[in-house]
Design a protein around this ligand. Structure first.
Ligand code: UDX
Length: 437
């Protein structure tokens, strides 16, 4: 079996590499020539556990190739996965121009049957548009070639992408022909050894499943952030409430952690896009509108606590930030709450010292030298009036508090992810603020 993956972003590169790993011949395609050249040299554009080694191993074995030309591989492949970006438009709906450009290229150049699978997160109805676009190009050429479209949304998490792909909870596939179903079954069969399920359904349901899953997870987070804020007002402890409700198997323990709001490339974009899809269909997603509203507000919660601590006067205060990425194990800062926080601190007249184990270069690329880049977490705390824990990287869990206390001007700790024990930190002489207690 030979397949092409179009788009070498997160989803595309991980998908291509993992299929190569199980023995499929894979050609990864991207219009960005520099990226393809770098990949050919074994340099991968993203930070992801275990990926570089896997890319190089499979490239060396000849199962993983890279090209800028989709046209040139259409004769050889049975399946094309489209994993190009769908950035949000100004109004929140997903921009499909890349997805449809791929479809046009396929329609203009295909010479034999191919199954075109959309892996990007796309609104309900997109596979239909892909089909129509390919057919329109075939009609222009005056040729009749059979093809199928399918939807196969990706559920991998950044930082754990390879493991998620190799042992998924489930794989969702939307198809409309038996031939497409057979091809997809064959491709995913090797993963069946891991006892997971391929769930076949119609295409609109598969497209909807991805948005519903991400929106449900985002809803849990905003719900817990709301509960955390209320816990503070009534004197309850959200950590206890979390374990109390999480032990109900109907609710479950995961994704109930309050914090400083969700970020990343998926939740904010997908929640917005689903609200938009509903609007276009004359329906209002009341719950999701509230989910978004709570999340926006939550990104300011840590800053407001800092303001209250210093009675509103933050002018010339030095603030240390631990963590910049939207979550640990990634250098991704898309929609990262740290960006909002830094902006607020700078506007309030603070000096900001930042440290992140992976996202320093990305932060510099985004905001330049408006903050001071520390060499490590201890250096970040130097002369700081307060230290804010923004991303819960493992290395921040057990620092040497004595060294930090000595380095800081005043020992104030604001824990945006509730990773420390209030009692322990206070006993060390710090003033401690966290979320929801
Ligand atoms: C998410 C989905 O989990 C994945 O299935 C989908 O394919 C893409 O979107 P990702 O964006 O990589 O993955 O990160 P995830 O680990 O889900 O975290 C998203 C955000 O939620 C982060 O900002 C994280 O800090 C926040 N979060 C997560 C919480 O605030 N509380 C939680 O309990 C869990």
């Amino acid at each position: 079996m030979k397949i092409a993956i179009v788009g070498t972003g997160y989803v595309g590169l991980v998908t291509g590499t993992c299929f190569a790993e199980i023995g499929v011949n894979v050609i990864c395609v991207d219009t960005n020539g520099e990226k393809i050249e770098a990949l050919k040299q074994g340099v991968i554009p993203i930070y992801e556990n275990g990926l570089e080694e896997m890319v190089n191993r499979n490239a060396k074995a000849g199962r993983l190739q890279f090209t800028t030309s989709l046209e040139s591989c259409l004769d050889e492949v049975d399946v094309i996965f489209s994993a190009v970006g769908t950035p949000p438009d100004e109004d929140g709906s997903a921009d499909l121009s890349y997805v449809l450009e791929v479809a046009r290229t396929i329609g203009r150049n295909m010479t034999k049957y191919v199954l075109v699978v959309t892996k990007s997160t796309v609104p309900v109805g997109t596979a239909g548009k892909v089909r129509a676009t390919i057919q329109a190009e075939l009609d222009k050429r005056g040729v009749r070639i059979e093809f199928d479209v399918a939807s196969n949304p990706e559920f991998l998490k950044e930082g754990n992408a390879v493991a998620d792909f190799m042992s998924p909870d489930r794989v969702v596939v939307g198809v409309e022909s038996e031939r497409a179903k057979q091809l997809m079954s064959k491709l995913y069969k090797p993963f069946l050894l891991n006892n997971f399920r391929v769930i076949f359904m119609d295409i609109p349901s598969a497209e909807m499943t991805k948005y519903a899953a991400n929106s449900m997870l985002a809803t849990r987070i905003s719900f817990m952030n709301d509960i955390a804020n209320l816990c503070e007002l009534v004197g309850a402890d959200v950590n206890m409430v979390r374990s109390g409700i999480g032990s109900d198997t109907r609710i479950g323990r995961k994704f109930l952690y309050p914090g400083i709001g969700y970020g990343g490339s998926c939740f904010p974009k997908d929640v917005k896009a689903l609200i938009k899809t509903a609007e276009q269909n004359g329906y209002r997603m009341r719950v999701l509108q509230a989910v978004e509203e709570v999340n926006e507000k939550q990104k300011s919660v840590l800053f407001e606590k800092l303001q209250r601590h210093f009675s509103g006067d933050l002018q010339d205060k030095t603030i240390a930030l631990w963590g910049l990425a939207f979550k640990p194990e990634t250098d991704d800062m898309r929609e990262a709450p740290s960006l909002i926080l830094i902006n607020k601190l700078l506007n309030a007249g603070c000096k900001v010292r930042v440290y992140d184990p992976a996202a320093m270069t990305e932060c510099r690329r985004r905001i330049g030298d408006s903050v001071c880049y520390a060499t490590d977490m201890y250096d970040a705390a130097l002369d700081a009036d307060a230290l804010m824990l923004v991303t819960e990287w493992k290395e921040f869990r057990l620092p040497s508090w004595a060294v930090i206390k000595k380095a800081m001007r005043t020992p104030v700790l604001l824990d945006g992810r509730n990773i420390y024990e209030k009692k322990e930190i206070e006993e060390l002489g710090f003033t401690y603020h966290c979320i929801g207690k």
